[in-house]
Design a binder for this molecule. Structure first.
Ligand code: DGT
Ligand code: CA
Ligand code: CA
Length: 578
């Protein structure tokens, strides 16, 4: 079982307990454990094999959760989870995927109308039976019906991190084979799209047959959909479909270009080729009139054949990249190596798992020059947020720590910060005097996600207008596996951010990716500074930075657009408020 599979079980346990009306703290502990494990960039299996003590470092994993993790790794199942599913009904969980339906509503629908599945919910909604339930109305009934519609449209997609984890394993597995020249994931995964429909793996090898034999023997294969000469499709145990294609080296570039997509990008490239008297397929670039093969070994050659420079996969969405490439104006996309420090990091003092020292050690090893400690503020009680007094103490501690670093000849700097809660009315959860002592103030919403759009927009703008905030963290609040973004007028928020010199975070937590690619581009175009952070809750989360960087790349973001690509002195200058 992968981290994400384990996280999913914990989420489901939390949901099932909540539907049952169980103890909120118990529910919360499962949900938190899910979130933390999901964000781990290292395989929990390998942590356990290496050193069981490291598992204890994970925040919020008590003894009983620890045992369940071990059980799942051993047996692939969690008994407690199975029992809950038996007691309730597995299809009840599907109801939670409907936008606007949380565990409390599921409980309501189940208790009052006996609804157990999305189909039954849809039927009840269409018959107007939901509106009369307590806390419901015509509007919320309508919203649920809309939610069911969009659920059906987007069903069956997986988070990028799940896709990546399986793709890496398959690549490693197939690479070990003799006769295999190369194995490369293509499709939406290579474009770092936030969700993945299926995996597309390309293999160059002398002979296809043995590759296919080995692929269908991959331990996570649940069923073989089709086994062909050049393409085999399977479904993995987690339900993800995977296509493996074996190609000749001669056509590798064209195949990679073709199967990387996106479809819209390919259609535009092929139209362009046609106008030039060429034909492009996965087999190569051909002259239209006599079908003569021209090129296809590398992607560069394919693009060159249609008069273009190579286009990075992340921007192949037909959002203007072909025109930009033609004019030589493709952005020089930001790279992971450009990041000089992490500006959103939690410690043990709130809901993180490590001390400042442990975090600094890890950051130094990553080659960073600085990190900002940004623990939660008091309103986020569940995360043990800091009040003014505790924050003042932490400020002192960091000052001392920095002095020690300097004394040891280190040039690394710890910035003093907070992730201050933005309250419902847009005011900040900490006293202005204390906030002004900090190097960096991150503002974020942690409650009342269900405000209407204009109220939420006003709330965020009010926080920006305090002129005390440097960064807005995870600006839309979405969780890819569960919570939809709260409605927000992003343009208005960005306008205010621009005016008050506030940066927008690209949160790299794989379940967040917030801002998303489209918002990144909008922010860039409006001249709003970005910060790419990891929201680290344990040191290894810092490695999630690539998810944020690649999301920003999808939004055409360059090094200069991102605050934490700058050296410390410049960062401090840019963070300075009046
Ligand atoms: P996904 O799997 O929904 O996350 O998205 P993709 O982009 O991986 O799409 P997929 O797996 O259906 O196909 C992989 C790539 O193959 C796609 O990005 C472009 C190419 N492709 C597939 N079908 C077509 C097609 O009908 N026309 C063109 N031009 N390209 C296609
Ligand atoms: Ca795909
Ligand atoms: Ca596919």
């Amino acid at each position: 079982m992968e981290n994400l599979d384990i996280a999913k079980v914990f989420y489901e346990i939390a949901d099932l307990l909540e539907i049952k009306g169980d103890n909120p703290f118990r529910i919360r502990s499962y949900r938190n454990a899910g979130l933390v494990i999901e964000g781990l960039p290292v395989n929990i299996k390998s942590i356990l094999e290496r050193n069981e003590e490291e598992l204890e470092e994970i925040p919020g994993i008590g003894e009983s959760l620890h045992e369940k993790i071990v059980e799942m790794l051993k047996t692939g199942k969690c008994h407690f989870h199975q029992e809950l599913l038996k007691e309730l009904s597995p299809t009840l969980l599907d109801l939670l995927k409907v936008s606007g339906v949380g565990p409390k509503k599921v409980k309501l629908f189940y208790d009052q109308l006996g609804i157990r599945s999305v189909e039954e919910l849809e039927k009840a909604g269409k018959e107007g039976k939901l509106r009369d339930l307590p806390g419901m109305g015509e509007k919320s009934e309508e919203k649920i019906l809309k939610g069911i519609k969009s659920l059906k449209a987007g069903a069956g997609r997986f988070g990028l991190a799940v896709g990546l984890s399986y793709a890496n394993q398959i690549v490693e597995y197939l690479r070990k084979m003799s006769g295999v020249v190369d194995v490369v994931p293509a499709g939406s995964l290579r474009r770092w799209k936030e969700t993945i429909g299926d995996l597309d793996i390309l293999v160059t090898a002398k002979k296809a047959g043995p590759v296919m034999d080995r692929f269908i023997a991959f331990p996570d294969v649940a069923s073989v959909v089709a086994r062909g000469e050049t393409k085999t499709t399977v479904v993995l145990k987690n339900g993800m479909q995977t296509d493996v294609r074996v190609l000749e080296e001669k056509a590798f570039g064209s195949a990679l270009q073709y199967f990387t997509g996106s479809k819209a990008h390919n259609v535009a490239i092929r139209d362009r080729a046609k106008r030039m008297g060429l034909k492009i397929s996965e087999y190569g670039v051909f002259r239209e009139k006599d079908e003569k093969w021209i090129t296809g070994e590398t992607e560069e050659e394919v693009y060159k054949a249609v008069g273009l420079p190579w286009i990075p996969p992340e921007v192949r969405e037909n959002r203007g990249e072909i025109e930009a490439a033609e004019k030589g104006r493709l952005p020089e996309l930001i790279k992971v190596e450009d990041i000089k420090g992490d500006l959103h990091v939690h410690t043990k003092e709130s809901d993180g798992g490590n001390t400042i020292e442990e975090l600094v050690d890890y950051a130094v090893k990553k080659g960073y020059e600085y990190i900002a400690i940004t623990d939660h503020s008091k309103a986020v009680g569940i995360a043990h947020g800091l009040n003014e007094e505790r924050l003042l103490k932490q400020i002192e501690e960091i000052d001392k720590f920095n002095k020690r670093l300097t004394a040891h000849g280190s040039r690394f700097t710890v910035l003093k910060g907070t992730e201050v809660d933005i309250k419902g009315d847009g005011t900040l959860d900490l006293d202005e005097k204390v906030l002004k002592k900090l190097d960096i103030v991150i503002g974020a919403v942690h409650s009342r996600f269900n405000m209407p759009e204009d109220e939420m927009t006003t709330r965020l703008i009010a926080a920006i207008e305090t002129d005390l905030v440097n960064v807005i963290a995870h600006p839309t609040g979405r969780l890819l596996t569960g919570r939809e973004a709260y409605p927000l007028n992003m343009e208005k928020v960005l306008e205010a951010a621009k005016k008050y010199n506030v940066a927008m975070e690209v949160n790299s937590y794989p379940d967040r990716l917030d801002l998303n690619d489209i918002h990144c581009k909008l922010a860039k175009d409006m001249g709003v500074m970005l910060v790419i952070s990891t929201d680290t809750h344990m040191k290894q989360h810092m490695d999630n930075i690539r998810f944020g960087v690649n999301t920003a790349r999808r939004g055409w973001v360059e090094k200069k657009d991102v605050l934490n690509t700058r050296p410390l002195n410049e960062v401090l200058k840019l963070l300075k408020k009046k």
